[in-house]
Design a protein. Sequence first.
Length: 114
Amino acid sequence: QVQLVESGGGLVQSGGSPRPSCAALGRPSNFANMGWYRQAPGKERELVAVMTKLADSVKGRFTISRDNANNTVSLQMNNLKLEDTAVYYCHAMRLQSGVRFDYWGQGTQVTVSS
């Protein structure tokens, strides 16, 4: 069974640069993609970054990096803003015989303070 484990995040001052990371544990798997989503209080979960796609709200500030050999993905967050406060979730997807499998991490809280 694949498990996604996130680390990093926490309480960060506005303008800070945390780098949450995510590792896929358990049975190795070739994921078609790995990325990050976030969910702010009272809002729906939204895509932050996956492959070469970045949400408009984070373009120019966030960078996603993936290590295929080790099944890890990181999110370099720069110039954090108060509105970046959210739970950040790692996501991975693989295809097997035409069937899609989605995996989610438990989430890591990023709180931006002024």
